[in-house]
Design a protein. Sequence first.
Lengths: 292, 269
Amino acid sequence: MNTFLQLLVNGLGKGAVYALLALGFVVIYKATEVINFAHGSLVLVGGFLVYELKDTLGWVGAAVVGIVAAALAGLLIERVLLANARAADHNSLALLTIGVDVIITEEVVRRVGADIPFIGDPYDAQPIQLGAITIFRTQAIALVVGAVLITAFLLAFRYSSWGVAMRAQAENREAAALMGIRSSRVTATAWLVAGALAGVAVLFIATQDFSGAGLGRGTHAIALVAFPAAILGGLDSTAGAVVGGIVVGLTEALSAQYISFEFSKSAVFLVMLVVLVVRPSGLFGTKELSRV
Amino acid sequence: MLSVRGLSVRYGRSVRALDGVDVEVPADGVLAVLGGNGAGKSTLLRAVSGTLKLHRGTITAGEIRVDGERIDRLDPAVVVRRGVVAVPEGRQVFARMTVEDNLRAGGLGARSAADRAAARQRVHDLFPVLAERAGQRAGLLSGGEQQMLAIGRALMSAPRLLLLDEPSLGLAPQMVGRIATIIREIHAQGTVVVLVEQNATMALRVADHAAVLEVGRVALSGPADELAASDDVQRLYLGGHAESQAQAESEAAQAQAHRRTRTLSRWVG
């Protein structure tokens, strides 16, 4: 039972990080209907700058720069590439993001070299003992940070003018334009927010006690696990992204313990397949709503 | 108020939707734009509201001015800030958002918070049902209520010029009458209205001036009551003098043939 509770907390911690990444996928998809396959590279951009600057600026300073850099990288991809390819259809733009992803990822991998370093040990890897339950500090902090950011995001999405504009554009681009909503501004802020969330996520992913993956293809692969999180939650649902992230985090933690570590990655995609067969639009994906 | 001069619009490379259209909207009235399917009515509104690009349309000639300032090269959001707001055909409310959020979205184009507050009060006065259903999803409203929401949402940015595309489409006659009354009320409160309609009976009842579009050109224009009395409009759009559907269609065909061979008379509004 204690092991189960321990796995539950650690799985939730991981799930919170996946949820941050899945929210990034979803917010870009809602604003543009483009699936951003370059999300993993945004994670690496943030992580790389933390790794490079932590000795100069201190870890916190470097983390702030990393988050801002990942956000700006997202904005740059949108402004320079996607905004200038408006005539392209969504599939072409998704392919474009794959190209961007390969270029950025390979460049980061080339720069960090063969060592595949971690971005430091900022959370003090000592486990926390709560009675008989042992919790990794990284996962506990990830859970708190994730919960705060997700709550702030969902509140902003629900109540702020930005959120109203984003939801309006996601639903009907022409009607939103006729309301005076600037499409380019909404799209740019979506990429900015998604990049910032990726910059926060890497602060947990590229640490030793989160996954064991250093700053390289391993971290990139972990970031892509957020993709099934977004899909199974429903690609156009922010709440779905959060639930999807938690489901993925728990699936990974439980299957790694009770089946095998190797199987845990496949288990995530297996859950996604089952959900999609039963509910093709995902757990919270929107179906057409109409009065009959 | 709104001046459209020599406006030509094309979709893609070859489809010409408007060809040298001239329309003047005076600052003191409701203008009805009539015409059948494919006449270019909606294209005219898209050109004014700046949303042609979303339909792969381009202005190839002419200009559109509001109070003397050109708006034909502006982003739709900027056009809204110049006080020109359109209600698109088919209402296009944000179905998954609540009524209140739809109104909030409409208010994003307002010039100030004070304008927004005044506009909200005006919308609730015009459409009390929108205040009653504030928390309900817009997609679950009836067709008439959705039309009210679409108009109310457009009024939230306190426009000087309101463009309505087929507001009577798909509504029961009683609701059409109610929408017509509301349009007059909106105009009486100081908003200039351009009403694009296939329902000529309703449009000519509401409007002070009217223009008839046929295959991308203005065929007739003038005071609404004079157009309502003209034989051409009676036969083609109001079904006057016909005692059966077959006779109406026959008379419409005759009027079309007659029109091809003569120069149309025009009124200047």
